[in-house]
Design a protein around this ligand. Structure first.
Ligand SMILES: Cc1cc2nc3c(=O)[nH]c(=O)nc-3n(C[C@H](O)[C@H](O)[C@H](O)COP(=O)(O)O)c2cc1C
Length: 305
């Protein structure tokens, strides 16, 4: 029997495969289509202090190897989340990481403090990397000092493990990773989407009402892998790899490059069962290769000659 378990930031995960924020909502829809209890966990859609209706449509468009989205953090707000969504998430039989965003570090801290009162949350993921909002979001994640300020505020507000979710839309992601690790983040997750755009040539207009959106899916996997590998050599905190993961081999690439956990996002829109299939594929790979502990592969990349 292969051991797929891994401990990250003091938490035991049954396996390293999570579903990414915004691609599994709060579990209600997917639980009828796949067995979420087979996953290492799920990450909730971002929660903000107040309800948000998001950006006007069109807000998603398919691209050659992925999709662009400009949802704009649509969510019911923290009060409705606690009342109606958390009970559903808690009953999924898997670990739940709650993803949060605010316009200021104080708003992040207030959300963290409120969520800390709920029993059963595994960790908080800080969305300092959304490219589709005009305040907060990527503005925090693109600046090491601003990113650190958010983590510091949250660190003082909660004892839950804190994961900072990083944006790839920066010159040097390692500078931001170092800043959030120094500020007390227990782990970093990367990457959020890359800013992109699609043009309707007949109408001479952008396809997305927001003009730009976030690119995700297979197209971004090589970018994400390179960033995981770079961050791995810059910080000691564990890394959660995200970006274009659709198969067990994709997940393995991230583990070997240095990720301790991975998140499956856009692939779930193609196949709602994608996360579970990745878990099964990891077990099969380990069995075929004679690997007893999957975690032994983490960071095993050889770059020398
Ligand atoms: C439709 C959609 C909505 C998303 N919403 C969120 C969100 O609310 N919060 C967040 O941190 N990331 C959000 N993301 C980003 C994903 O969690 C993930 O970082 C990104 O899509 C890259 O992974 P993938 O290529 O596997 O999709 C969203 C992505 C998509 C496609």
């Amino acid at each position: 029997m292969t051991d797929l378990t891994i401990n990250v930031a003091g938490i035991d995960f049954a396996n390293p495969v999570l579903l990414a924020s915004g691609t599994c909502n709060y579990g209600e829809e997917l639980r009828a289509l796949t067995d979420l209890s087979r996953l290492g966990g799920v990450v909730s859609k971002t929660i903000t202090p107040r309800p948000r209706s998001g950006n006007p449509p069109p807000r998603v468009v398919e691209t050659a190897a992925g999709m662009l989205n400009a949802i704009g953090l649509q969510n019911p707000g923290i009060d409705a989340f606690i009342a109606h969504r958390w009970p559903v998430l808690q009953a999924l039989g898997t670990r739940v990481i709650v993803n949060i965003a605010g316009d200021t570090p104080t708003e992040f801290a207030v959300l963290a403090a409120r969520l800390s009162e709920l029993p059963g949350i595994t960790a908080l993921e800080l969305n300092i990397s959304c490219p589709n909002v005009h305040a907060g979001g990527m503005l925090f994640g693109a600046d090491p000092a601003a990113a650190a300020a958010v983590v510091t505020a949250v660190r003082h507000a909660t004892r839950l493990p804190v994961i900072a979710k990083l944006t790839p839309n920066v010159t040097d992601i390692t500078a931001v990773a170092r800043a959030v690790a120094d500020a007390g983040a227990d782990a970093v997750s990367l990457i959020n989407t890359l800013v992109g755009m699609a043009v309707d040539v007949e109408r001479r207009r952008p396809v997305l009402a927001n003009v730009t959106g976030g690119l995700s899916g297979p197209a971004i996997k090589p970018v994400a892998l390179a960033m995981v590998w770079k961050v791995r050599s810059a910080v000691r905190v564990p890394i959660i790899g995200i970006g274009g993961i659709a198969t067990a081999r994709d997940a393995l690439e991230f583990l070997v490059a240095g990720a301790s956990l991975v998140q499956v996002g856009t692939a779930t829109f193609v196949d709602p069962d994608a996360g579970r299939t990745v878990v099964e594929g990891l077990a099969i790979y380990c069995r075929d290769q004679g690997i007893h502990q999957l975690r032994s592969l983490v960071g095993s990349l050889q770059t020398g000659r």
